[in-house]
Ligand binder design. Structure first.
Ligand SMILES: Cc1cc2nc3c(=O)[nH]c(=O)nc-3n(C[C@H](O)[C@H](O)[C@H](O)COP(=O)(O)OP(=O)(O)OC[C@H]3O[C@@H](n4cnc5c(N)ncnc54)[C@H](O)[C@@H]3O)c2cc1C
Length: 322
């Protein structure tokens, strides 16, 4: 049996979800002594193949078709790979791109389709954990079929690390150009700025406790002093104080930094959905019963307007007047 994962890249870089997908793919493959195959479609296929040769990956298939993501090419390529390899589990990222082609592939292949998996368990059959009702409830979907397509939520599994000894195989797809009905003509960052908070090792995140837009200067100063990236909870974005690409959470981005400093953030489930995978969580909140303290590794129960200037000074910076 085979587990097949479709990796993702953007503008010359493999996305982290590719390596996370390799982890969940290995987990599924181990349960039935199967092989794990990864595929990369388009772009710098040779360089990607080297990078995808990670521990636990048996075969990397390179499909040299186009540079950037294209819905029609991906649908045809993934369908052809599926026809050839006949995997029992087809894994795709639950990302903007993944959600663009995965439903079409599942439909064309008549595969049962489970989206946004945050956990998988394989014993006699396959059980997939999902979240519902704004992350308030977890459900387990039992898949009663021999073949299935899944999308995997980014940030839920650790990325596979060590170098492996995968076979690399060029996969030829006879793309039907008459069915390629769109082309990528350029890129425009939505939400302002070129900061990708999902890449940051240290995130300083600010919430409604900051009270006023002018007070953000204090949090920015802490981020600068620590060499960290600034992110936020949703109210800060809804107020227009920071662009959407800084929002952490269910309707924002899922982040997995080494350190996440939550300042004046209560820890609502929709926020936690985006940051619970951080290695170390530090909370600064004057309410000791704030839910953020249920998952924080370290907490400072005090007024942020006293704590943050003290931290800036401690780390050699100069706190601004707010
Ligand atoms: C469908 C849906 C999707 C959503 N998606 C997201 C999402 O992606 N991301 C997200 O963040 N939210 C999201 N939300 C909103 C979420 O439910 C919460 O409303 C939001 O996370 C709360 O943000 P907050 O913690 O900054 O504010 P609050 O909940 O108001 O918390 C502010 C905290 O600051 C503390 N505080 C106040 N003053 C101080 C002070 N001086 N010093 C120290 N602490 C202080 C308070 O004790 C409080 O705990 C979503 C909601 C829905 C319905």
């Amino acid at each position: 049996m085979t587990v097949l994962g479709i990796t993702e890249h953007r503008r010359g870089d493999l996305r982290d979800v590719s390596f996370e997908l390799a982890t969940v793919g290995r987990e599924l493959a181990d349960a039935t002594d199967s092989e794990l195959h990864l595929a990369v479609v388009g772009g710098e296929v040779e360089a990607f193949a080297d990078d995808l040769d990670r521990e636990g990956v048996d075969v990397v298939h390179t499909v040299d078709e186009g540079e950037e993501f294209n819905h029609d090419v991906y649908v045809q390529a993934v369908e052809a790979l599926h026809d050839d390899l006949d995997p029992d589990v087809l894994l795709m990222p639950h990302s903007v791109n993944g959600l663009d082609y995965a439903p079409a592939v599942a439909s064309r292949l008549s595969l049962p389709f489970v989206t946004d998996a945050i956990g998988v368990h394989r014993d006699d059959g396959l059980a997939v954990t999902r979240e519902m009702y704004g992350s308030k409830v977890e459900t387990v979907v039992d898949v009663d079929a021999d073949r299935v397509a899944l999308t995997v939520r980014p940030g839920e599994w650790p990325p596979v690390e060590g170098t492996g000894d995968a076979d690399v195989s060029a996969f030829e797809v006879d793309v039907d150009e008459s069915q390629v009905r769109s082309t990528v003509t350029g890129f425009e960052e939505v939400g302002g700025g070129d900061v990708d908070i999902t890449d940051a090792d240290v995130l300083v995140s600010v919430g409604r406790g900051i009270e006023e837009e002018e007070n953000l200067a204090l949090i920015e100063a802490l981020a600068d002093t620590l060499g960290a990236t600034l992110s936020s909870s949703r109210p800060i974005v809804d107020n227009g104080w920071l662009p959407k690409n800084r929002q952490v959470g269910q309707s924002g981005k899922v982040v997995t930094p080494e350190v996440y400093i939550a300042i004046g953030i209560s820890g609502a489930v929709q926020h936690v959905a985006g940051m619970k995978g951080a290695e170390t969580i530090v909370a600064i909140n004057d309410d000791p019963s704030a839910p953020i303290y249920d998952l924080a590794d370290y907490g400072i129960v005090d007024d942020l307007f006293d704590v943050v200037p003290a931290l800036i000074e401690e780390f050699g910076g100069e706190p601004p007047e707010v």
